[in-house]
Design a protein around this ligand. Sequence first.
Ligand code: B3K
Ligand code: ZN
Length: 877
Amino acid sequence: MRDATPQTIYLKDYKVPEFLIDKTNLVFDLNEDYCRVSSSLAIRRNPASQSSSASLFLHGGKDLDLQCIEVDDCPLNDDQYQRTEDGLIINHVPDNAVINIEVLIKPHLNTTMMGLYKSRTMYCTQCEAEGFRNITFYLDRPDVMSEFTTKLIADKHQFPVLLSNGNPLDQGELDNGRHFVTWHDPFKKPAYLFALVAGDLSVVEDSFTTCTNREILLQIFVESKDLNKCDHAMLSLKKSMRWDEQTYGREYDLDRFMIVAVDDFNMGAMENKGLNIFNTSAVLANPKTTTDAAFQRVEGIVAHEYFHNWSGNRVTCRDWFQLSLKEGFTVYRDSQFSADMNSSVVKRIEDVSYLRTYQFAEDAGPMSHPVQPDAYMEINNFYTLTVYEKGAEVVGMIHSLLGDAKFRQGSDLYFSRHDGQAVTIEEFVSAMEEVSGLDLKQFRRWYKQSGTPVVNVQSSYDAEAKTYSLNFNQSCPTTSGQSHKKPFFIPIKLGLVDANGQDLPLNSQGDQSIVFSLYSNSQTLVFENIQQPPVPSLLRGFSAPIKLDYNYTSDELAHLMAHDSDGFNRWDAGQKLSLLVLNRLIDDAKAKRELVMDQQLITVFGELLKDHSLDPAMVNLMLQLPSEAQLHEQAETIYVDAIHGAREFARQSIATALQEQLVATYKRLTDNQDYAPEAQQIGRRSLRNCVLGYLMQVETVGPELAWQQFNDASNMTDKAAALSALVNCQAADSYAVKALHAFEQDYADETLAMNLWLQIQATSKLNNGLERVKDLMGHPAFSINNPNKARSLLGAFCSANPVNFHHQDGSGYGFLQQQIIALNALNPQVAARLVTPLTRWKKLPEPNRQLMRDALQQISNHKGLVKDIQEIVTKSL
Ligand code: B3K
Ligand code: ZN
């Protein structure tokens, strides 16, 4: 059934709950084809609520098969309650009461992966944001926090492991081969943090001694075949626990911390109290099957979910408009952690590239929204790059405005003042304001105004007065629902680099980097005693999530690339230089003029390759041309083929001109060290594989080298890079076929490696991409029911293979439309994410523009559309 026209929920309509639930007792009786859920809720009127209505509304999905309700042990008749579309109204309840409810649910039929469902042979749950209401009737809102006791009953042979939040209280045997385990979580929590797992699982155990000498049992539960893939996650967990003590003074609270790996999961992982549930892709890692990128992702996600124990669980969100309170802050915390564990400048560059490519695009598209949205139809559509990544940037700006000591004081105050509460972003900002004495009134606009601000900078030098001026002008484009923006408070870290590459002193204290506060539309900054016009190094470290526009010459950029004392800006100068070159080539390609390569870029790249003193990780990043996705983001109109053609031409020219140095670099970085997923090795592999990518443009060298690397590789990073190089190279066709086949044979039983195999083929830029994807849909390694597989094949093709997806005959769009309709009924969250590429139709030229719009329209016309998709499609059309 089509969801009724979805209602918009507004932040301004927030009201405190009329009732609270002090205690929640749950019994899950798991049977072959149903689960009986009995709940006992100790409710109480909320003294903070103005309402005196005696009726109690509980959320509940349409699939709950209600068996009975009792209020204080009295069963209710049919006329004492009503079912509504989204819940249940009990007409009269006393101010204090115990409500007992029994429902039957069918987890084995639940394909949405929200609520209780089955993944392969195990049962598991996902309740954030509003999944608990598919388990039983409840006040399913984050500001209702309750103490949970959960009893699980199941067949002992099939489900020997029965887990829920907190600590085990009791367990025992029952008749008919069944058993039970009861868990109690002493910390009050909202229902979205509830979890249970039942399965035949193996466990890897370790322990952690906290800063107050408490011993915590750490457990990672997996299917037995994956026992050899848990070490990295366990190590990451222990590092995270120590780091959070040292950096934020946060100690773990329960006696055990459990992670369970499940194959079918809508996102990366979930921070349920004491019982994190992870997508296998976010926890399992082994050098033979896992790439460096995936190892790092595991470390980051384990840390992220662990950090939520404080930023999210102990202090949670009042309502879902406050989502960035926990997500923005926790992403900020996990990126600090990853920076500390690896290279901070590399991490910063990776984060910023991601933000600029994907969050900027989101913020310029029809789903643009502020970090604190003020309205939504489906909350699951708001787990976005804006809430997460831009939200983290905003916390980062607060950190740099306050400095380390005050920021720590602010977070301490926030955690202690709001421990056990469900609060708002405002409360976070207030704590920071209070400890620092800063006035963050204008700063708060970062939470309320959407869109990426643009700061235009003009410089002028007065040779007589020896002054150098920078004039800053800010603006912010109109975004959906927000036409007029007030000026942002923008911290712009900057320096001035002289002709020798030295930083000039910028003030009487001799500071070589300062943070300039831009708070009005236009401001000028004047430096005295400047003997020669310098090159400005602006927005060092990417001190604010903005687009900074300054008319650099390519010589100035080359100068910054070579000398800027700020590592991030050295890289960024290279990106800007590449952009200048690529944008000229794109214009020429559009106009069908002959393409001529810029020699300066080749020269600077050559110098990078020659300088062995540089960190290979940085050289890799500096040699990466802006991705096609990033070129799409910064283009006014996306000419897919011109962009692809221009970029490939640049890569080809670089490879041809620098062939010798590329080969020398490749050889220099070839070694037989034992694999370790640590920063230095990862950097070397990244550069070697980047070089291999360039060499694929040289027919006489690349294919042979990639084939050899494919066969020699002792780890998945090198194997996958070689495979990807081969399947993207026409001249390597025969090797590609052999390599794909060998990979398929070797990794047939490794689900995650096979997902990578699907993804590598889905993103091949060679012709007939859609046909390949359609064929692969029939491969046993694919299943549309598994979110990882849907993303690896369908998601990757539609969002990361632009030349094939945007084929001018519209076949890519028609295909995506079909897949979205197929997934609509199965898994609304996965389906809704897949729509994104189509929502950008306004940026494409004809005929694509109209074809994309038609596909969206067809989706919109579909009879049974879920509200997740309705919201996105309606806003995009
Ligand atoms: N909090 C979860 C995300 C839940 C998404 C619900 N659609 C994972 C995380 O951000 O840590
Ligand atoms: Zn999170």
